[in-house]
Structure formats: C-alpha cells, structure tokens
Design a binder for this molecule. Structure first.
Ligand code: CP
Ligand code: NVA
Length: 309
C-alpha cells in the first residue's frame, strides 16, 4: 500500500489508470447523490507556502463532500521550517489529523512531511511536480475522448512542475507527450531519462517546433511562463517564451477535434490568447472541476482505504 501521493512516479501503471477510472466512477456516484460520506469525523491539514484558488477550494470541498473537515494553514501561521522544523510539524499534524496536504516551494519539504508524518501526505504542488493536476487532467482527457489510448498531449511552454507531472502520467498510461519549449527551459534531463525509462524512448519528445507538433496532437496544453517563485524572472521569461503560446495560428495546425487545456491561472495574451481560451473554456473549466473529483477519490483512497493498493 502506498501511504502518500507525492509523485506519479511512485505509482505503477495500474494504480494510475485505476485512480483515474475510480475518480470518473465516483464523480457519477456523487452526481447521483450516492457517494458515501466515508471520512466522517476525519480532518485534513492543508499547508500552503504559495497562493491557490483551485487547490485550496477543491480539497476543502472534497473533505466536506466526504463528511470530514479541512484546516487551512497559512505560511505566516505555522512558519514551516522557520518557527519550527518540518519534521516537528509533520509529527504534530500526524498526531492530530488524518491526512496532510502540502503546497511547497522545495520538493524536499513535501517528501520530509511524508517521511515523518504517520498519516497520508499529498503533494498539492511543489517547485518540481503537480501530480494532482496531471491526474485530474488525464481524467478530463479520458472523459472527453472516451479513452487515453492513442492520445498525444502537446505541452507548449515551460518544462515546469505541471509539464513534468503530465509527462510522467502520460508515460504511465501509454500516452505520447510532446513538449515545445525554448532552449534553457527543458524539463530536467534526469527527469526526462526517468520518464523514458518508464514509457519508452518515444513516449516523450522535446521540440522547438510547436506547429509541427500540433499537427499530430489531440490535446494542446499550456501553463504560465512564470511559475510561483519565479516572479523575478518575469521580464526575461516573457521575451524568451514569445513563440511558445497557444493562439489561433497554432490551433489551425492542430486536428479539428483537438482540445485545449490549461491548469489555470491563465495569463491571457501571454501563454494563451483570449479567443482560444474562450473557445475552449468549457473544457478548461471541466478540467478545473475535475481537481475536486479526482482529489475526493484520492482522499477516500488514502484515508478511508488506508493507501493506494
Ligand atoms: N491549477 C492550480 O493548482 O490552481 P491553484 O494554484 O489556484 O491551486
Ligand atoms: N506552474 C505553475 C502552476 C500553477 C498551478 C506554478 O507553479 O505556479
């Protein structure tokens, strides 16, 4: 049993596919009013070192749906690593709560929490990974196309936390992943090696030609060029990423039935134009909603079932 959800790399292919399918099934049960409140009396601690809309609201609402409760812990309140060490925060929360969700800068912080807390720990975004986002995204792709088989996801932009988790998720389920990005903004080389070792050499392609890649993709995905914590690089990044956006020109190279996805928040006029965003807003908002559905299933699996089996 896997106690924590830190990286999709930690799950085998069956566990990744199984969680996606279970989230789709649970969503239908929820909508029919038939999802049991399996976390009655249970509490989730939510640690945030960075801002959030979707992640905070979706975890909190998911706990409400399951009959439990969530506590928001702001950086200034707990001083993770400054007021007291991560190891003590992990041990104290583990004694009082039934699960911990953490959004951190350093990836090692969420790993340390998992190592020292006796309860499940969920990575809700670190500088390196955003696994909940990638799982909800593949859930959205599966709902839209009915299958993940044969799908190719083109990520246009920075080789960041969202790109890395999507690449890993695609490798686990047998989807093709392409990233179109400028030089100097690739995913870390060792991470790429790991992804290819899991999914095969051709599962993950790096290119600078977004237009060519769009012609063979069913999903066009983008994220901000300036992630949380990179605000000082904003000016340079906006220059460097100028040719790596989703706009009407790029969409004209894609198949007619291709969908557009964005993890949000979106910066219209930068990584995506307003016209493309609004044309695909229904898919993008379903993607956002699926954060709630995937995480509700994840919370049930980790806390009520005792782990990912
Ligand atoms: N996509 C996402 O994680 O959004 P938030 O930063 O608002 O949580
Ligand atoms: N790459 C972005 C994702 C936001 C959900 C960031 O880390 O800020």
């Amino acid at each position: 049993m896997l106690k924590d959800f830190i990286s999709i790399e930690d799950l085998n292919s069956e566990q990744v596919s199984g969680l996606i399918d279970r989230a789709i099934a649970d969503k239908a049960l929820f909508r029919a009013g038939q999802l049991p409140t399996s976390l009655s009396g249970r509490t989730l601690a939510m640690i945030f070192e960075k801002p959030s809309l979707r992640t905070r609201v979706s975890f909190e609402v998911a706990m409400t749906h399951l009959g439990g409760h969530a506590i928001y812990l702001a950086p200034a309140d707990i001083g993770l690593g400054s007021r007291e060490p991560v190891i003590d925060v992990a041990r104290v929360l583990g004694r009082m709560c039934d699960g911990i969700m953490a959004r951190t800068f350093a990836h090692d912080t969420v790993r340390q929490l998992a190592q020292h807390a006796q309860v499940p720990v969920i990575n809700a975004l670190s500088d390196m990974l955003h696994p909940c986002q990638a799982m909800a995204d593949l859930m959205t792709v599966k709902e839209h196309f009915g299958t993940l088989d044969g799908q190719t996801l083109l990520f246009v932009g920075d080789g960041n936390n969202v790109a890395c988790s999507l690449a890993m998720a695609c490798a686990k389920v047998g989807m093709k992943f392409i990233i179109a990005c400028p030089d100097n903004y690739h995913m870390p080389a060792d991470f790429l090696t790991t992804v290819r070792a899991i999914g095969g050499d051709d599962c993950c392609t790096v290119t600078s030609d977004a237009t060519e890649a769009a012609s063979r993709s069913s999903v066009l995905y983008t994220d901000t060029w300036v992630s949380m914590g990179q605000e000082d690089e904003k000016h340079q990044r906006i220059k460097d990423f100028e040719n790596f956006k989703i706009d009407a020109d790029l969409m004209s190279a894609a198949p007619d039935n291709a969908i557009v996805m964005h993890c949000l928040p979106a910066y219209r006029g930068l990584e995506i134009t307003d016209d493309v965003f609004e044309k695909h807003a229904e898919t993008i908002m379903s993607e956002a909603e699926n954060r709630l559905h995937f995480q509700r299933t994840l919370l049930h699996t980790l806390i009520a079932d005792g782990g990912i089996g």
